[in-house]
Design a protein around this ligand. Structure first.
Ligand code: GRF
Length: 221
């Protein structure tokens, strides 16, 4: 938690277009989020997300430049640590983070995943939700643990699956909910209202037995 009067420093990891990063930047610009984006980090040097922050706040290296996966992870972790983040947000970061990275930032590292976890961990979540005949689909913000998409879920946004949905139409509807979901969750984190212990999330000191849910007003309850 950031106990100073300074805005929380957020590092964002992103591999692609960066619409979730943009929603955090918009929240900061409109004073809805008391934070600053201290750095954007990518495994894809041409990721459009990078262009959303000034050059001195960008770090991007291709994993292929490194002799091993741990060597890339260490360089990434050192670069992230150098921007002194209070929180690290994976927002469309498409590379699995190694255990060393996850342990180093344990309790400060979150991810937004496009499914109602624990359903559909990993890739192709929208197609898999359709294939499974799910009536509802959505997005989850969770703490990151070494096991993929398995950390404690803080909050979720739900959408109804429509009979004529394709993976693309469903992805577009889920993405629209990801933005308010991520903003509302990060607001709670930077306010110091969320903690996690042994896989249990607490809000204002009370254990949550199910993830917070985003309502139509963009509020978590
Ligand atoms: C989002 O759907 C996010 O949930 C997933 O990757 C996508 C990233 O979108 N992990 P963007 O780069 O934030 O626009």
């Amino acid at each position: 938690m950031n106990t100073s009067l300074c805005p929380s420093r957020i590092a964002v990891l992103a591999s692609g277009r960066g619409s979730n990063l943009q929603c955090l930047l918009d929240g900061i610009a409109s004073n809805q989020l008391q934070a600053e984006i201290a750095g954007v980090f990518s495994d894809k040097p041409d990721a459009p997300a990078l262009a959303k922050v000034p050059a001195e706040r960008r770090w991007a290296r291709a994993p292929g430049e490194f002799e091993s996966r741990p060597a890339f992870d260490l360089a990434l972790a050192d670069a992230v640590a150098a921007c002194r983040p209070d929180w690290i947000v994976c927002a469309g970061y498409m590379r699995i983070l190694g255990e060393g990275f996850v342990q180093r930032f344990n309790g400060r590292l979150i991810n937004i995943h496009p499914s109602l976890l624990p359903l559909h961990k990993g890739l192709h979540t929208h197609a898999r939700a359709l294939q499974a005949g799910d009536a509802e689909h959505g997005a989850s913000v969770h703490f990151v643990v070494p096991e993929l998409d398995a950390g404690a879920v803080i909050a979720q946004a739900r959408v109804r699956v429509q009979p004529d949905d394709t993976a693309e139409s469903l992805a577009a509807r889920v993405l629209k909910t990801e933005h308010p979901l991520l903003l509302a969750t990060v607001q709670l984190l930077v306010a110091g209202r969320i903690t996690e212990q042994a896989g249990v999330i607490q809000l204002d000191g009370q254990s949550l037995f199910s993830p917070l849910r985003l309502d139509s007003a963009g509020t978590l309850a």
